[in-house]
Design a protein around this ligand. Structure first.
Ligand code: URA
Length: 216
């Protein structure tokens, strides 16, 4: 079982110095699109390490050059990374580098600028979701509305478990996701001060999608 260093045992703050250092570089407004994306990729690999800490393993018999032994392997195929489009793609790549056998699902949600509510426009998951552990990825857990909508939709397919990985969140986002889905473990690199009236995290890093893809 992985440990939480947050008062809420369902919230896992990944405060490793490497993660914190890279996050600080990403936050700077002068960070280029290329370095923002590279840093997010690197942090995602480190987050993958944390989120898979309690993954089930199985034993297989292998032969070393010297003798036969029983050794442990993970079953990457049982794991599904679900990327919330479009910014989730920025985390997905790093996660897949660490767990290349994982399956991938996509959910397309956009945030209605007036209501800040999530509206679904795309949903594609692997088969046999009842047999799989799901890790939902989205860099920003802000209002929590997209995260709640994504998890609600994925739960219809009855996966074995669901975890949520983000880069950055705030108290409002955590409270919203925890209230709607108390069974979901949250992994984040930082919990910032607050949301502003447009649903952006302060101090934050701006619009993650725009910064990943250079669309601003
Ligand atoms: N989405 C972002 O990209 N940034 C925020 O600060 C909040 C939501």
């Amino acid at each position: 079982m992985s440990t939480s260093n947050h008062p809420d045992p369902h919230v896992h703050l990944v405060d490793h110095p490497l993660v914190q250092h890279k996050l600080t570089l990403m936050r700077k407004k002068e960070a280029s699109t290329n370095s923002f994306r590279t840093l997010l990729n690197e942090i995602s690999m480190l987050m993958a390490y944390e989120v898979t800490r309690d993954m089930a393993m199985q034993e297989v018999e292998i032969e070393t050059p010297l003798e036969t032994m029983t050794a442990k392997v993970i079953d990457g195929k049982k794991l599904v990374f679900v990327s919330i489009l479009r910014a989730g793609t920025g985390i997905l790549d790093g996660m897949l580098t660490i767990v290349p056998g994982a399956r991938v699902g996509h959910i397309g949600l956009y945030r209605d600028p007036k209501t800040l509510q999530a509206v679904e426009y795309y949903f594609k998951m692997p088969q046999d979701m009842q047999e799989r552990d799901v890790v939902v990825v989205d860099p920003m857990l802000a209002t929590g509305n997209s995260a709640v909508a994504a998890v609600t939709r994925i739960k219809q397919l009855q996966p074995k478990s669901i975890k949520f990985v983000c880069l950055l969140t705030c108290p409002e986002g955590i409270a919203t996701l925890r209230k709607a889905h108390p069974d979901v473990q949250i992994y984040t690199a930082a919990i910032d001060r607050q949301l502003n009236s447009h649903g952006y995290i302060l101090p934050g890093l701006g619009d993650a999608g725009d910064r990943i893809f250079g669309t601003q």
